[in-house]
Design a protein around this ligand. Structure first.
Ligand code: TRP
Length: 336
């Protein structure tokens, strides 16, 4: 019975098309938790509107992100897959936690600083309080562990501080969550155009990112164009960031170690290597893309998954919500 299980929660924004960085660093690893943990994987549409979205596109991407979760191996029978805005507790607890989050703490968030530099015409309050909503997502389900990319570490640290602060004032209310950050090289896939920068789904240079749903020829072409140094040896040496990144990607898709890769490509040059990386990546993603297409053509099934996820998440959220309401001094909600 799940009530004895510890909880895992993670979220992905339905904005932009997910990259192999999101896949290898996060989503691919989500599935392995479901035997041991009660897992919630959320499509965080409320977070997405902190930057301006086209409504039709946001709707489409919400379905797509959910379909992609399933296509990447998350079984809806074993995981709670749901959409954030379908469970009112996220926004409600988000507001409450806003009142236990300090202006100074939010001002220090590097993602806020980055995003406000990029969106100078729309530095809205939601963008600023985004991490408190993220804390609410996590704390609402008494989450023990949050698998995220290393860029979310600061937000998670803040979620822990908010939980501890609240518990300090009102007594044990929230489980204090731990981040789970995959430390293998494949967890931090870099841009193909600027290999010292993390691969980002919002990069404007299409050649910098490989999308999970890119077609095989596109993937091969992007790897062919990947920036490397002027050498020719496939070896993980200091300063060869481009080659090391390609080796991490190849290793992640084939299970080979750096030593094995170095041996395999001894004397073969970059061109040959890049083609092999492209093929390994495209072949590994082909079944994901197929399954994604099939699911997107089966809206009825997706709607079922979404409804079931919303129901389960909503039911599970009520306990924390009523506890929090009581602790802060709200009177009981009338029943109607
Ligand atoms: N902020 C996360 C990101 O941009 C997405 C997110 C929202 C999330 N709520 C979450 C991740 C809760 C983990 C847990 O990637």
């Amino acid at each position: 019975m799940y009530k004895d299980k510890k909880v895992v929660f993670s979220g992905v924004q339905p904005s932009g098309q997910l990259t192999i960085g999101n896949y290898l660093g996060a989503i691919k690893n989500f599935a392995e938790f479901s035997d041991e943990y009660r897992c919630y994987y959320c499509v965080v549409d409320e977070h997405a509107i902190t930057v301006r979205q086209n409504p039709a596109e946001l709707r489409r991407r919400t379905y797509e992100t959910l379909a992609l979760y399933i296509a990447c191996g998350l079984d809806p029978e074993k995981n709670v897959l749901f959409v954030q805005s379908h469970v009112s507790g996220h926004a409600e607890l988000g507001w409450i936690l806003d009142c236990y989050t300090m202006f100074g703490e939010l001002s220090r968030m590097t993602q806020f600083k980055d995003k406000s530099k990029k969106n100078t015409d729309n530095i809205n309050a939601g963008l600023f309080t985004y991490p408190a909503l993220m804390a609410a997502d996590i704390l609402l389900y008494q989450t023990e562990m949050v698998p995220v990319g290393s860029d979310q570490k600061q937000h998670l640290e803040l979620a822990r501080n908010i939980a501890e602060r609240f518990n300090g004032i009102y007594g044990e209310t929230f489980v204090v969550p731990e981040p789970f950050i995959n430390k293998t090289p494949s967890a931090r896939i870099m841009s193909l155009a600027e290999p010292t920068k993390k691969m980002s789904k919002s990069d404007e240079n299409e050649n910098a990112t490989v999308r999970i749903l890119d077609e095989k020829d596109v993937i091969i072409k992007k790897f062919k164009r990947a920036v490397t140094d002027s050498g020719s040896e496939v070896r993980a040496l200091d300063g060869k960031d481009g080659i090391i990144n390609l080796m991490s990607i190849y290793g992640a898709f084939t299970g080979k170690s750096f030593e094995e890769i170095e041996r395999e490509f001894e004397g073969r040059g970059y061109g040959d290597f890049k083609l092999c990386v492209g093929e390994a990546c495209a072949d590994a993603l082909a079944p994901v893309r197929e399954e994604f297409k099939r699911l997107m053509n089966d809206k009825a099934y997706l709607e079922d998954v979404i409804a079931k996820g919303a129901m389960e998440a909503y039911r599970d959220s009520l306990k924390t919500m009523s506890k929090v309401r009581r602790k802060v001094g709200f009177i009981e909600k009338p029943r109607f």
